[in-house]
Design a protein around this ligand. Structure first.
Ligand code: SF4
Length: 323
């Protein structure tokens, strides 16, 4: 068996955790020890501040892509609200409201393979208004965008681009055949080359193995990702994953802890599906998490921001409020 204390010390000494060690960690039998050391790594590199972000679903549904988990794909029959582009006033008001409650960064998210130039120009107007009315840092999640579109976003003051790897490189093609993970990596690299921070993570509980979750964590470390959302699949009726077997508490917490060992400095972010683990979310906050997507999610209702702040504070965190 691995000497987990030794691995912990090597992480503090800024040594990289390999895939092989990551697999040992995710299967480590003394779970409490694994979680406690992941928590100490989080505290060492990131302190006790929690970073909150929120999203607005700016374009919903009718997506040409066939991602098996997603309610917005036109390949599946789901019961979601669909619209071409959100009303500007509504989007700006949502952002203002979230800022008032203590959110640090806000993102506009669009369904579809990539945003069109026409929609992007409308979305840039929304960002401009959000900047006028709030101090929010800004993020965008608009699919497989072109470099000229990333430049437009960056030049408008959007500091973060979000593009999930979604799952392990060895599993992606079993979940989506209309685009590849390599295309996503190309967008991530282009955003980084333009000086943008990248938020990229995935969804767990889609039928991948524990080893594939480690593979995802290593792929994100390789790309130098600074913000890693971990979504827990919320199976949606009408999608191919509607009957996916839920992960156990230990599987979820071991994944979070292993992500922390492999990505010691990143914002490991609670994201979609978090309400599924409400009864033990305080344990996740002591197993490597240090940030959260709060408020509503894309097509599922999310968490109450005030309640989140209360829970995070009760777990010993202070909130990184953008004033
Ligand atoms: S995850 Fe994105 S690209 Fe895939 S179907 Fe959903 S909206 Fe489309």
């Amino acid at each position: 068996m691995i000497d987990i204390e030794k691995i912990y010390q090597s992480v503090l000494n800024k040594e990289k955790v390999s895939y092989t060690i990551g697999v040992e960690l995710i299967h480590y039998p003394d779970k409490e020890k694994l979680y406690a050391l992941a928590d100490k790594i989080r505290e060492h590199f990131c302190g006790n501040t929690i970073d909150l972000c929120s999203i607005t679903n700016a374009k919903s549904g009718k997506c040409s892509e066939n991602c098996k988990w997603c309610s917005q794909s036109a390949h599946h029959t789901t019961n979601i609200e669909e619209y071409e582009l959100i009303d500007k006033t509504q989007a700006v008001n949502e952002a203002i409201e979230n800022a008032k409650h203590g959110v640090n960064r806000h993102s506009l998210v669009t369904s579809g393979k990539k945003v069109s130039d026409a929609n992007l120009s409308e979305l840039l107007k929304i960002y401009k208004d959000i900047k006028t009315h709030t101090n929010l840092h800004l993020c965008a999640s608009m699919g497989l965008v072109e470099v000229h579109q990333l430049k437009q976003l960056r030049d408008a003051g959007i500091t973060h681009y979000h593009c999930n790897l979604e799952t392990a490189p060895s599993f992606f093609s079993q979940l989506c055949s209309t685009h590849t993970q390599e295309q996503k990596i190309a967008v991530i690299r282009a955003a980084q080359e333009l000086g943008m921070n990248v938020c990229s993570g995935g969804i767990i509980g889609m039928g991948e193995t524990a080893e594939q979750r480690v593979e995802l964590a290593c792929a994100l470390a390789e790309l130098g990702i600074v913000s890693i959302p971990i979504n827990i699949l919320t199976p949606i009726a009408g999608t191919p994953l509607e009957n996916a077997q839920p992960l156990t508490e230990d599987e979820i917490l071991s994944t979070i802890a292993t992500f922390r060992f492999i990505n010691p400095r990143a914002h490991i972010r609670f994201a979609g599906g978090r309400l599924l683990i409400k009864s033990y979310q305080h344990k996740a906050l002591r197993a490597g998490i240090n940030s959260a997507l709060t408020g509503n999610y894309l097509t599922t209702s999310g968490s109450n921001i005030d309640e989140d702040i209360k829970n995070f504070t009760a777990s010993g965190f202070t909130i990184n409020i953008n004033k």
